[in-house]
Design a binder for this molecule. Structure first.
Ligand code: NAD
Length: 327
């Protein structure tokens, strides 16, 4: 589904725009005629991720830690706040940075939107549902999160970010929207970021065993990045406040995902079972009734197709040499 062009968006600020999802979002905005200022501290992203955009006259890339006060040269009409470590390997390595990005970073991005009269979109996460007692998860479910477990630095930062966004709108009338993104995959991920798809693809291409945690029966629902970006832009264009789930309800167990990737890469790799991380959710699947009904959005990319494109990207880049987040 092509993102809805919105003539009101002459200039968007994307925090975390040099990350995996952010770089695709910057490209989609530029493609529809919106100038983009990308603010990123490169804590988990890379300037390389936006290399294709650097020559675009509408694109500006600035190294900024959004958890500290910042200004931009030109007021935006859209602020998309994605800045935050997102993979468990990253947020466990950067716990305080992650809490700051969800709290101070969200506050600073909200202030920018208020000062500029811009629409604000918070990239929240399915992790606000924790290890859910409801399945699939609808926006009405409040979640089951351990506030002092190792994952809490991410889950609670995002929950606080949602509360802050809601309060900012109530207190100042800021035009806000919360999108809850579910697991997203695609070209541009780092092979060592610890998330299942890039880990399995890298291992399969290297001929290493694919490390499946626990017994592999835990499920995730994986959304191809183009679909996630289209969902974020549809929510931004709609004017809704959310929260709204953006994800693919096509659920798969981690063991099946590993087998699928072995098959699609033609790898001779075996599967090796390793310990499951603390508080790892057993199931994860979005109820996207709201997004379907209000945004006329739903994911379009079939998993085999999305995985093929991701594998091709890893192959073309010689299997993602970035090893910054090696566990
Ligand atoms: P990513 O790590 O690839 O990108 C995050 C980007 O934010 C990086 O470029 C990083 O350098 C930047 N960043 C982090 N802290 C910052 C700070 N204080 N100031 C400026 N920049 C900062 O992660 P991603 O997968 O692209 O995720 C992007 C956003 O989407 C995150 O907010 C994440 O919580 C959310 N999200 C992603 C997924 C997913 O499956 N990818 C799922 C749910 C939610």
């Amino acid at each position: 589904m092509a993102p809805l062009p919105d003539p009101r968006w002459r200039h968007a600020v994307v925090t975390g725009g040099a990350g995996f999802v952010g770089s695709h979002l910057c490209a989609a905005l530029l493609a529809q005629g919106t100038d983009v200022t990308c603010l990123d501290d490169f804590s988990t992203g890379l300037p390389d991720n936006t290399a294709d955009l650097h020559d675009h006259p509408g694109f500006t890339l600035r190294r900024v830690d959004v958890s500290r006060p910042f200004t931009v040269d030109r007021p935006p009409d859209l602020v998309l706040h994605l800045a935050s470590p997102a993979s468990p390997a990253d947020y466990l390595r950067l716990p305080l940075h992650t809490l700051d990005a969800g709290s101070l970073g969200t506050r600073n991005a909200l202030e920018l939107a208020r000062r500029s009269g811009a629409r604000f979109v918070l990239a929240s996460t399915s992790e606000v549902y924790g290890d859910p007692h409801e399945h699939p998860q609808s926006e009405a479910y409040w979640g089951n999160v351990n506030p002092v477990g190792p994952r809490s630095v991410y889950d609670e930062a995002k929950r606080f970010g949602e509360a802050l966004t809601t309060a900012h709108s109530a207190a100042h009338g800021t035009d806000t929207c919360i999108v809850r993104l579910f697991n997203t995959y695609g070209p541009g991920m780092r092979g060592h970021d610890g998330r299942a798809v890039p880990t399995f693809v890298r291992q399969a291409l290297d001929g290493e065993p694919l490390t499946v945690t626990g017994d592999g029966r835990q499920s995730r629902s994986l959304c191809y990045v183009d679909d996630t970006v289209a969902g974020i832009l549809a929510a931004a264009a709609h004017g809704m406040r959310g929260p709204v789930n953006i994800g693919n309800p096509d659920e798969i167990t981690m063991l099946d995902l590993a087998r699928r990737i072995i098959e699609l890469t033609g790898s001779a790799s075996q599967i090796r079972f390793i310990a499951r991380p603390v508080d790892d959710p057993a199931v994860r699947c979005p109820d996207i009734t709201l997004a379907r009904g209000k945004l006329q959005w739903e994911p379009r990319t079939d998993m085999a197709d999305g995985l093929r494109r991701t594998i091709a990207w890893f192959r073309a880049r010689n299997n993602s040499p970035d090893r910054r987040s090696a566990p």
